[in-house]
Design a protein. Structure first.
Length: 306
């Protein structure tokens, strides 16, 4: 890993946040694939003021930064990440009902907790998210979805925080596509999502719970149970399923090192032991190549490479 932060910069960075900065800790512990080399500085911020001061420091010192949510959609390089890897702490985990149909969620709260909170409050819409292990912030960036639902359909506003402090972005200024927040690039490097507001539909809590259970059952049947993965590795091409295309190439069980195409779901690349990012990248290349050869389809990766 390239080192960017001098010891003086490290001392200054630590003065900006209450939590101890973790230096050169392996990110494998913070990703669902259990893969990833060290982060030069892993910085946890607890409020927008801390976040703003770290972003200002990063700009002044020309230090690159990234924001890691639950790490359930990223493949982190074996060499690790130079600069600052930010995480949102417990201060960003609030779940709050506002009025009849609105819910405000801190960006670090996780989708299963949000989904359950909505169910308990008789608010329907986010049942599909009960089994997605990401953070609310990460779910917006990826426009997470399942069973015909997607986050974008329910978001009414984003709370953002940058160097200048907090700001709100209404839904009218948000553009989403399949598994993508189209404005993510515009904001990347400037702000983090710190909270998300949803307007939901009122419904009977028991009916909502039944739908959640049905989705969970479908997930248990169709996806590798307890496997170490980043969920679906490739996006579904229009009108088709990446899993079906990979499966018909006979690739279930294909391995590179400890990275394997899951025998339970061909679009899940799983780490069955000590897989490296290089193993996963090579396996993904083989899968893409085989699908292109057999079906003439170029699979687009859903999982982000860091
Ligand atoms: C077992 C399993 C099942 C899954 N099932 C599904 C599914 O059904 N549907 C689906 O869509 N996905 C699924 N996923 C993928 C993943 O959970 C989602 O994409 C999730 O939304 C990613 O959230 P995260 O917090 O883990 O984001 P990360 O992986 O940490 O980050 C993803 C991107 O979001 C950015 N980001 C994260 N938080 C913020 C923030 N607060 N502000 C700004 N940028 C941020 C990161 O910088 C990065 O660019 C699954 C994953 C697993 C492991």
């Amino acid at each position: 890993m390239k080192v960017i932060l001098s010891s003086q910069m490290r001392r200054e960075l630590q003065t900006l946040v209450a939590q101890p900065v973790a230096w050169e800790v392996p990110l494998a512990a913070h990703t669902s694939l259990r893969i990833g080399g060290p982060a030069e500085a892993l910085v946890t911020v607890e409020d927008c003021a801390e976040l703003a001061s770290v972003l200002s420091f990063a700009r002044r010192q020309a230090v690159p930064w990234r924001l890691l949510g639950k790490g359930s959609n990223v493949l982190v390089a074996d060499d690790g990440l130079a600069g600052i890897t930010l995480m949102l702490g417990g201060g960003f985990r609030r779940l709050e009902k506002i009025g009849d149909r609105e819910v405000a969620a801190g960006a670090a709260s996780v989708l299963p907790a949000l989904s359950r909170f909505c169910q308990e409050n008789g608010l329907s819409g986010l049942e599909f998210a009960a089994g997605i292990p990401g953070s609310v912030g990460g779910a917006v960036v990826m426009n997470a979805g399942a069973f015909g639902g997607q986050i974008a359909a329910w978001v009414s506003a984003l709370e953002l925080c940058g160097e200048d402090g907090p700001r709100m972005l209404p839904a009218s200024e948000l553009r989403f596509a399949y598994r993508a927040w189209l404005d993510a690039e515009k904001w990347r490097g400037q702000v983090a999502i710190t909270g998300v507001h949803f307007i939901l539909r009122q419904d009977d809590p028991a009916a909502i719970a039944a739908r959640m259970e049905e989705y969970q059952r479908a997930r248990r049947l169709g996806q590798p149970h307890g496997a170490t993965s980043a969920g679906s590795f490739f996006k579904n091409p229009p009108g088709d399923s990446a899993g079906r295309l990979i499966d018909t190439c006979g690739l279930k069980g294909l391995r590179v090192g400890d990275a394997m195409v899951s025998p339970a779901h061909a679009n899940f690349l799983v780490n069955i032991g000590q897989a490296t990012a290089a193993d996963v990248r090579e396996l993904a290349r083989l899968v893409r190549e085989a699908v292109h050869r057999r079906h003439g389809v170029d699979l687009e990766q859903e999982v982000e490479e860091w």
